[in-house]
Design a protein around this ligand. Structure first.
Ligand code: SAH
Length: 245
């Protein structure tokens, strides 16, 4: 079921159940009361990543307090998205974009990966999580993707579970069309690996190509920036073997 785009949607922490009210966070109080000037009795949609989405009513017991009362569930909690997205960190502004787009495209786990030519670094997992929540609020995604802490590529590959196939975007691939390689994938569990702005090193490419659980794909005749490559790859994956099918 697609989301209702006319109502404000907010991520909240507390458990959601009919008529069990809870206090809005300070930021949400500020946003609803001061920015939106929402009145007593106005309704918003709330979700917590566990209990589905609920229509909730606002009330102000005092001028400084805002309560949210869940009234009815508007959408049940869906199964969590299972696509793992393995990405080399980019510089700050582009990293925000990359995280938001990955969530919109259906990534369920975000795993930063440190490769040889990586230029960005993860200064704050909190900032990634804030971007994840913002994208989920905007796009009506009810399962909040998990953000993992950064790992080195070799280390990640060493204890990789063999039943999850890694789709590796290989800018050095000798063809242009990703569909034949994707068509051969039988596993249901998938991960997508996109390199940093500097690309993969020859050693990394050789390592990846030698692993039985890795499928290398090209993405057309042009070199794409890493954030563009991720969106393009998720679109072809979702349309062929993912949740657009
Ligand atoms: N500096 C590198 C390009 C890196 S692009 C060079 O000039 O070769 C960043 C990442 O996006 C790559 O590591 C790869 O994972 C992905 N990517 C970009 N264009 C691609 C393409 N045409 N095919 C497959 N992957 C691509």
């Amino acid at each position: 079921m697609r989301a209702n785009y006319r109502m404000q949607r907010l991520f909240v922490e507390p458990t959601l159940a009919a008529n069990v009210d809870f206090e809005a966070s300070r930021d949400q109080f500020h946003y609803l009361a001061n920015v939106l000037r929402a009145e007593e009795g106005a309704e918003v949609l709330v979700f917590n990543g566990r209990d589905g989405e609920w229509r909730a009513r606002l009330s102000y017991p005092t001028r400084k307090r805002l309560l949210l009362t869940p009234l009815e569930q508007t959408r049940p909690q869906p199964a969590a998205s299972d696509l793992h997205y393995l990405f080399a960190p980019l510089k700050a502004g582009r990293l925000d974009y990359l995280v938001q787009k990955a969530v919109e495209m259906g990534a369920g786990v975000l795993q930063p990966v440190m490769t040889q030519h990586v230029q960005g670094k993860i200064t704050s997992v909190d900032r990634i999580e804030a971007n994840v929540i913002e994208a989920a609020e905007q796009c009506g995604i009810l399962g909040i993707p998990e953000v993992r802490s950064p790992r080195r590529l070799e280390e990640l590959l060493q204890d990789w579970p063999a039943d999850r196939r890694i789709v590796f975007c290989d800018e050095g691939h000798d063809s242009q069309n990703p569909l034949p390689a994707l068509g051969e994938i039988e596993e249901r569990k998938l991960a997508l690996l996109v390199g940093p702005e500097g690309g993969f090193s020859d050693a990394e490419r050789a390592l990846l190509r030698g692993l039985p659980f890795v499928t290398a794909i090209p993405l057309g005749p042009r070199i794409l920036r890493a954030d563009t490559a991720a969106v393009a790859a998720m679109a072809v994956i979702q349309a062929t073997i993912g949740d657009w099918k």
